[in-house]
Ligand binder design. Structure first.
Ligand SMILES: [Fe+2]
Length: 174
């Protein structure tokens, strides 16, 4: 079986020696193989022509119950110029693939999970609470302490990121 439907050009033959002799179907069925797809980063605009890849990676739970990366493709569309990197590649090739993946993971985490789904969502709740609830409302009283520094820290975060257009692109991406 190949995972080409997910744009990841990996095959049983490539993975079997790495995932303890299992084929891809068996590994998925036994809930030991997981996929991370950062297609949200595809064609994202960057400042200073910086490069951000949009990787797809497979992670495998080995016999020691450790989640390990087992395949990394740095861009979405499979091609000869976009190979799947494996732990069996030369040490520094595999290390660099993991570093590029981690860079993309960090970008998504900071922009989406951290800034978007904590700070910015909290700001909408703070604004709504202040507009719609009486300061004497019990829900307002419970929430108010949590909103104390939200606006200030978000303003600093937006200035630091200086990428509001890209953030909204990521948050609205389907
Ligand atoms: Fe934060």
């Amino acid at each position: 079986m190949a995972l080409r439907c997910l744009c990841l050009a990996v095959t049983d033959e490539m993975l079997q020696p790495i995932i303890e002799g299992l084929n891809i179907q068996e590994a998925i069925r036994s809930k030991r193989l997981f996929i991370v797809d950062y297609s949200v980063l595809k064609d994202i605009k960057t400042t200073d022509n910086r490069i951000v890849c949009a990787p797809i990676a497979l992670l495998f739970v080995n016999k020691a119950k450790t989640l390990m990366p087992v395949a990394i493709q740095l861009y979405q569309d499979p091609s000869e110029e976009n190979p799947v990197f494996l732990p069996t590649d030369p040490e520094y090739t595999w290390m660099l693939a993991k570093m590029w993946f981690n860079n993309a993971d960090g970008a998504v985490h900071e922009s989406v999970a951290h800034l978007g789904f904590t700070h910015l969502i909290c700001e909408t709740m703070a604004v709504a609470a202040n507009r719609c609830l009486s300061p004497s409302h019990p829900i307002f009283k419970i929430l108010a302490p949590h909103f104390l520094y939200v606006m200030a820290i978000n303003r600093f975060a937006i200035i630091l990121k200086n990428t509001t257009a890209e953030i909204s692109h990521i948050l609205c991406h389907k």
